[in-house]
Write a new protein. Structure first.
Length: 135
């Protein structure tokens, strides 16, 4: 399934809403190219809305890391929002959850770029504890 990337602006922050899978091949390449294109046009602060992404493989994880690295080198950042349980578990298991700011609400993800705003971040420790009690 091809990765669909729809770009929109929310309060001056570019939001990339994705649907499909972030996997080896054209999907991961499309994401990296989109971020490189935005970075080249001086858009360095992004929110990846991953609500429609049902699967991320190891190449997809690499693409997320490359995107974050590209933006951070340019003085920006990327925030992740609306990950499904499997993708959160993947980020926790690979310890990449500590490399990204994760949110459950897009408004909080966008608001995190404005230091004067009060936001609610995703609590990874709470998520891990819930996983343990469900086992």
């Amino acid at each position: 399934m091809a990765l669909e990337i729809e770009q929109r602006d929310k309060e001056g922050i570019a939001v990339l809403e994705m649907k499909g899978r972030i996997t080896v091949g054209k999907e991961a390449t499309a994401l990296r190219e989109k971020v490189a294109e935005l970075s080249a046009s001086n858009v360095h602060n992004l929110v990846f809305n991953l609500e429609g992404v049902d699967y991320i493989d190891s190449t997809g994880l690499g693409a997320l890391v490359i995107c974050a690295t590209t933006l951070r080198k340019a003085g920006g950042n990327v925030k992740l929002v609306n990950l499904n349980r499997r993708n959160i578990e993947l980020l926790v298991m690979t310890k990449l959850a500590t490399s990204f700011e994760i949110f459950t609400d897009e408004g909080d993800a966008v608001g995190s770029y404005y230091p004067d705003r009060k936001i609610k971040t995703f609590d990874i420790l709470d998520f891990v504890n819930k996983m343990k009690t469900e086992e």
